[in-house]
Design a protein around this ligand. Structure first.
Ligand code: ZN
Length: 137
């Protein structure tokens, strides 16, 4: 019997804080420029569409498609020892931006570029949840 290994969690930055606060409430959020409407993720300080700093956070639909992915077979952290193989994917949200996450809820061998996915959340700590994606229903 091995000791329980805590799940490694992503680091954060002041700019990412609203994203993680919303994820803790199981909401997937992205930035939207209130001037030109361009949507951004990861968050930016200045809109690349109009060069203004008029950026708000909005809820994303949670739907997207697999843009690209890799299947991880190597254990880079003891937490993942019993989780390989797992999928790390770039998911293109239907709003446009892409987000790096995991595809769960299916065999790694079933993941394909272009497949429809929807957000789900893995509760890692009482106030912290990780957005992940599963095949769309
Ligand atoms: Zn803009």
């Amino acid at each position: 019997m091995s000791a329980k290994v805590d799940r490694p969690l992503p680091g954060s930055t002041p700019r990412m804080r609203p994203f993680w606060a919303a994820a803790g409430q199981e909401r997937l959020t992205i930035q939207r420029c209130s001037q030109c409407g361009k949507k951004h993720f990861p968050p930016v300080a200045i809109c690349s569409g109009c060069l203004r700093d008029t950026l708000d956070w909005i809820d994303a639909s949670g739907h997207g498609t697999v843009f690209s992915f890799v299947v991880m077979h190597h254990v880079y952290h003891p937490y993942f020892a019993d989780k390989v193989p797992y999928v790390v994917a770039s998911v293109k949200l239907e709003e446009g931006p892409r987000i790096i996450s995991n595809v769960i809820g299916c065999d790694a061998s079933d993941v394909e570029i272009g497949m429809g996915v929807e957000v789900t959340f893995e509760r890692a700590e009482p106030e912290f949840a990780l957005p992940m994606f599963r095949p769309s229903e």
